[in-house]
Design a protein around this ligand. Sequence first.
Ligand code: UTP
Length: 298
Amino acid sequence: MSEITKAVIPVAGLGTRFLPATKATPKEMLPVVDKPAIQYVVEEAVGAGMHDILMVTGRNKHALENHFDRNCELELILETKGDTERLAAVTASTALADIHYTRQRDPRGLGHAVLCAASHVGDEPFAVLLGDDLIDARDPLLAQMQQVRRRHGGSVVALMRVDPKRSHLYGCAAVERDHGSDIVRVTDLVEKPAPGTAPSDLAVIGRYLLDPAVFEVLRRTPPGRGGEIQLTDALRTLAAEGHPVHGVVFSGRRYDTGDRAEYLRAVVQIAAGRSDLGPGFVDWLRSFVDRVPAPSSV
Ligand code: UTP
């Protein structure tokens, strides 16, 4: 079975949960310690052997393209100063991968954003990584998903157990063979189920390995939840039509950086784990937590 070398990263969403920060800056460019969130996602794809990356962008997304392009003026200044460390940090994002861009003219949903990648992807399996979904590099997920695809073929989604009270915020999966195993067969999917109706506590998170058959299904998928063309609905059709869809239940560290509280957790956890910043930061954090008043008295 051919290995997946193409990754599609949709970054055309409006980021309304993070306004006003995202009024003129894409949410994927918000820094997580000293790198924009999107760079972690691209590094994850490259680490899994996906060197051909297509970003599906929209309005206000020029900063993303600039980040992965050269900044000759800045490079020259750092070179002249002999600041090799910062020069390496600046050029790292440029050399990472072969990055392409296409535009989703209207944000008509994640499924529509993926469909915008059809001509670039062609007739081969590909990965989708959501640009605001950060998987901690210490907990690799794509490699495990690739193993499942090698064994079962078809498409593979990443799942995470969520508190049933929060199921209505996610796409949720009905699965078979969920006896403590972290590999399941997906039999049905529901996008943002009404409270109390989720088929399980397994929610879809932002990593997918997809068969190109998904494009034909997306073309005939009508707008669903929120009037948007949902990738979840297309995967539901694929599963119903007998196409194998498997899930990997992920229990590692994952942050939705488009959500303010999770963004804060991402910054703190990643900074705490860094060898350069971690020790001093964790000492400060401990004394801060000891001093901080309980939320009710703030
Ligand atoms: P979200 O559900 O987070 O939507 O999209 P959003 O619009 O980006 O953010 P909020 O909810 O308003 O704060 C999930 C992913 O799908 C992409 C987003 O960029 C994000 O990576 N997306 C969503 C698109 O590329 N196009 C769309 O039309 C919708």
